[in-house]
Design a protein around this ligand. Sequence first.
Ligand SMILES: [Zn+2]
Ligand SMILES: [Zn+2]
Length: 385
Amino acid sequence: MSAENIFAVIAQGDLSEFKTLLANYKGTVNLFDENGMTALQHAAYKGNKDMVQLLLDRGADVNSGKHEYNYTALHFGALSGNSEVCKLLLDAGAKPTATNSVGRTASQMAAFVGNHHTVATINNYIPFKEISYYSIPQGQQTDPHLPSVLVEPLHKFVLGVNIHPVRLALNLQHTPALLENADKVSKVLDMLCKKEMTRGSDTNEVMAFKYHYLAYIIREINNIRDKQKPNSDKEEKKHDIVEVFAKKLLKPGKDGFSLDLMDTFLKDCVREFPYRECTTFHQMVTSLTSKDPPPALSVINCTINGQRGFVDAIPYCSTCGEEKPAKKCSKCKSVQYCDRECQRLHWFVHKKACNRESSSPAIMNAKPNIDAGELTTELQNLVAG
Ligand SMILES: [Zn+2]
Ligand SMILES: [Zn+2]
């Protein structure tokens, strides 16, 4: 088995052949092709999650590479637009701050080619240890701030890129332990927020705001939970919380479209951000108090996930804002949902409009099938120019 075979099989995307090859190959997987690219970089560029995982399992060095323009495996993952590949690379220690020869990070390159979900994935990434730190008693503490069983679900919750309040409520419903410990969880999020604001030159205002935002949502949902505690049985209750929350936020205003209650709720969240001197806070307030202000949800989304280009006409779930949802209302086919649960939560709004017809065409990003060398050269010219 030669090293060249590995590159060829990655290029073909033949997973079973790749597995066989790796099983019979005894050398290091930190190989370079004639352009200084590693096998991991090739797999990342192909957006092949399984191959990336197999190479990482075999000890592939995530930050290694001799690419002529200093692209890292994460740069290639970012260009592929496969967010899961990027997540694997980040989990393996890929440095999101590494720049290519024109000074761009992986996330900036992803933004450049329009891979917005990937941008959000990289920008929202925090290492597992940031959360697990709070599950270890510090100093005089006998009990940690966070029970250790909550570390994993909280990490996953924080990494989510869809910050629509209803999606967060649904996520919490699927991980009831977080909601049952809402006080502890929101306090840990407050501490994480403070930590991000007090890192000196590494201060991350956006991440700090995200922590504040998540804590705010959890507290609100917990308030609903508290109010419902007395006279409802357990199973019913879990369902009701999201429904009460969704009904409150998705209720249309007087014009029948704008979400006035959601807007008020989210503006209050911005207002309660404790770091009022920071740039991020000022930008949000400027936007929210402008003459024709955008909805608070889009202001918050832009802050956390970055500005989107206007070319994106991708469909959203009408309930929770998830991109490219799988289902449509079977009756009118004009609204889309993730699943039955999202449809159910939105029915009180949609039932009136259901017979009106409209359509929102899905424009998917066309994926260029060109070689990594060609693409990086082309991008270098574009970015530099
Ligand atoms: Zn949905
Ligand atoms: Zn309908």
